[in-house]
Design a protein around this ligand. Structure first.
Ligand code: ATP
Ligand code: MG
Length: 189
């Protein structure tokens, strides 16, 4: 059983590469962004709370995210592997993930850091906004999300280095080359 954290700034390609991992390895995929967008679409109480944060480029409070994550994880039952996409995004979330997995007798196998330069992230997200219609893919909100990434999420790079789980992945260039690097890291983990 492998637990893969796929990490990177907004627009770094976490969702795209996760789909490819699912197709090849049959792992389960938790995208916290997708979970939240589903709740918003269904007009649930959680969705209404989440919407105000997401539309403003901010993170949903840790306590809420941690509960959601544990319940999705436990709904999977026995599986070959799980991909965590968009979680953790803060140090308390990384600590909670470590504790949650330890309680279940397992741990993070590898953290894959998809690195993409800032100008390319901006470009990709603006283009995605034109197609996806995602309310948070507009220039003003993208800038806020990138700031939130730098302040709250990027410290996880050192956190995972200290934890011995960090692997750098070059997130630019050909999709298949990026995926091959990811597969090599998963196979080693
Ligand atoms: P990518 O483009 O690489 O898939 P993303 O940053 O564009 O990543 P999502 O991961 O889909 O998008 O997240 C969208 C929004 O959902 C975030 O900006 C944040 O408001 C909220 N969110 C998602 N995951 C978390 C989390 N772990 N903690 C707090 N908020 C979260
Ligand atoms: Mg995504």
């Amino acid at each position: 059983m492998k637990n893969i954290v796929i990490f990177g700034a907004p627009g770094s390609g976490k969702g795209t590469q996760s789909d490819k991992i699912v197709a090849k390895y049959g792992f389960k995929h938790i995208s916290t962004g997708d979970v939240l967008r589903g709740e918003i679409k269904n007009g649930t109480e959680l969705g209404n709370t989440a919407k105000s944060y997401i539309d403003n480029g901010q993170l949903i409070p840790d306590s809420l995210m941690i509960d959601i994550l544990a319940s999705v994880y436990d709904s999977f039952g026995t599986v070959e592997g799980v991909i965590f996409d968009g979680f953790p995004r803060t140090i308390p979330q990384a600590e909670a993930l470590k504790a949650m997995l330890a309680e279940r007798g397992t741990e993070v196998s590898v953290m894959l850091d998809l690195e993409v330069p800032e100008e390319e992230l901006m470009d990709r997200l603006i283009k995605r906004g034109q197609i996806s219609g995602r309310a948070d893919d507009n220039e003003e909100t993208i800038k806020k999300r990138l700031t939130v990434y730098h302040n709250q999420t990027s410290p996880l790079i050192d956190w995972y280095k200290n934890d011995g789980k960090y692997t750098h992945i070059k997130g630019t260039g050909d999709l298949e080359t990026i995926f091959a690097d990811i597969c090599a890291a998963i196979d080693r983990a």
